[in-house]
Design a protein around this ligand. Structure first.
Ligand code: ADP
Length: 393
């Protein structure tokens, strides 16, 4: 059964088509700079990667081209072969704890939730609507927040006036849920344990760490917005809220400008003044750049703090894993984080850790807790959820 997995952003659209349930990728690609000059797309099919320029006025143009490519490359002979489309949707609020088949009500709810995710939900909807126009198949929304809906109130509530929660929905929602869910499912299989306690670290340009209690999300580092928790590429992560009015007045900025600086000009970029990319930070460290050294210390310390507190609140864990661009590829960052956890008896196997982008146990035999690198796969999770709906229909 052929299923498309889609991740639509405001100016991009990523896709993968799977043969399910084998989970075989038939074609994948990305449309970029939608609605801008110089728009282009890249597709990967039969082991070759093709890059093409194209006029992409909107997401509809991208979907039309995608369909032509599917036919031209004989990935499908006719469109009836495509049985479902799964869409990543960033915010499901507290409305969706699971994926859902998209109908008019769901579209309205995703649209209503745009006040919580103004940058993401409207873009996700553009993708949904563009596919709905071209393909009359079951489409499924897979939410980045859904996996975190099992958090208890003591984890998701902030200690502001209670009415902020009841009247305005202020609470921790958590993000990267599709990835944390994938990591949890992978570790359940690996450990042969249905209800493990885990700490899942998704460290990419955006980063979050989740505490998994008996197989379900118990806490997570991102919060009301994705700008909470860890230090990220350009996001500050946790800061004291009173800094905002202080900077508004001292730097003569608007509140929006301050929020923009905390989202786009902070984190690795803000501290180093060099780059948001951890590879550049690592290069800076090699050259003795003091602020790169400092940013890396701050990044690692924050990760250690989250892992340590989750370890304690979970009462111990069965495994810890690392995923995302940094988690999967940065040998030194993993080593620094694990070294910082040695008081818990966690020990790294340096040779095993000397890998990038592959599934691997990287802790030593005498480590109290096994640590893994797991290449995350959000696309396959979207395809799996879509397939599950179709196979039970
Ligand atoms: P996003 O959150 O945008 O999906 P990614 O998961 O792709 O981000 O992660 C991007 C981060 O991963 C960047 O900081 C990048 O430097 C880092 N990264 C990717 N490859 C490597 C590598 N080989 N070594 C160190 N860091 C890497």
């Amino acid at each position: 059964m052929k299923i498309l997995s889609v991740n639509a952003g405001s100016s991009s659209l990523k896709f993968q088509m799977y043969e399910m349930p084998e989970e075989k990728v038939l074609i994948s690609g990305v449309f970029e700079r939608i609605g801008m000059d110089d728009s282009l797309y890249t597709i990967k099919v039969n082991g070759t990667k093709i890059k093409k320029e194209a006029i992409l006025k909107d997401h509809n143009d991208a979907v039309k081209i995608l369909i032509n490519e599917l036919l031209d490359n004989k990935v499908v002979n006719n469109l009836d072969e495509i049985k479902g489309v799964g869409h990543r949707v960033v915010h499901g609020g507290d409305k969706y704890a699971k994926s859902v088949i998209i109908d008019e009500d769901v579209i309205k709810t995703i649209s209503d939730l745009a006040s919580l995710a103004p940058l993401h939900n409207p873009a996700n909807l553009m993708g949904i609507e563009a596919f709905n126009k071209e393909l009359k198949v079951t489409s499924v929304a897979v939410f980045d927040t859904a996996f975190h809906q099992t958090m208890p109130m003591e984890s998701f509530l902030y200690a502001h006036p209670y009415s902020w929660y009841t009247d305005y929905g202020v609470r921790r929602y958590g993000f990267h849920g599709i990835s944390h869910d994938y990591l949890t499912q992978t570790l359940k299989k690996e450990l042969h344990k249905e209800k493990p306690n885990l700490i899942t670290c998704h460290l990419g340009n955006g980063g979050s760490i989740s505490a998994i209690k008996e197989g379900l999300c118990y806490d997570t580092s991102m919060g009301f917005s994705p700008n909470a928790g860890l230090i990220m590429g350009t996001r500050s992560g946790d800061i004291d809220a009173n800094i905002l009015p202080y900077i508004v007045s001292k730097a003569n900025l608007t509140l929006d400008e301050v929020v923009n600086e905390l989202t786009k000009k902070s984190g690795y970029l803000g501290i180093t003044g060099v780059s948001s990319d951890s590879r550049d930070v690592e290069d800076g460290i090699k050259q003795g750049n003091e602020r790169c050294i400092l940013a890396q210390k701050m990044f690692v310390k924050r990760c250690i703090e989250y892992i340590a507190k989750y370890y304690v609140v979970l009462g111990g864990v069965d495994a810890i894993c690392f995923a995302g661009g940094i988690g999967e590829n940065s040998i030194t960052t993993r080593q620094q984080i694990i070294d910082g956890l040695k008081v818990l008896g966690i020990k790294l196997d340096n040779e095993a850790n000397n890998i990038r982008g592959e599934f691997k146990l990287i802790s030593s035999k005498d480590s109290t807790i096994p640590c893994y690198v797991i290449p995350t796969d959000e696309e396959v999770m979207i395809a799996r959820d879509t397939y599950n709906f179709l196979s039970y229909q």
